[in-house]
Design a protein around this ligand. Sequence first.
Ligand code: 5GP
Length: 115
Amino acid sequence: MSDNDTIFGRIIRREIPADIVYEDELCLAFRDVNPQAPIHILIVPKQPVAKLSDCLPEHRGVLGHMLLKAAEIARQEGCGEAFRLVINNGEEAGQSVFHLHIHILGGRPFGWPPG
Ligand code: 5GP
């Protein structure tokens, strides 16, 4: 287990179970264990990086890939054209797992500002 390993690293390596909805060579998507909407999926890069603000130009490809996949997964999971993507960056912004992830939320209306 490396220093930047987290629960998501263990899910990627299949050391703990998750309800996986999509996988390819760059990313994995699985249902959030504590859903905040009828559809709540997390998409994570297989190569661990703690948070968005740690990303470098070399992460451009995987970041773009994850965004495109997030829209595809949202459609596939029944969000229609209405869904929200969230990246919590840093503890004060609500990040609790320090392996970059995009929340895909759908299946209900969302307010603004997000709080
Ligand atoms: P964050 O607060 O870092 O933006 O989001 C972390 C998310 O990971 C939370 O929504 C939390 O419910 C989810 N989560 C934490 N541990 C697990 C787990 O073991 N399995 C799954 N599927 N989701 C988890």
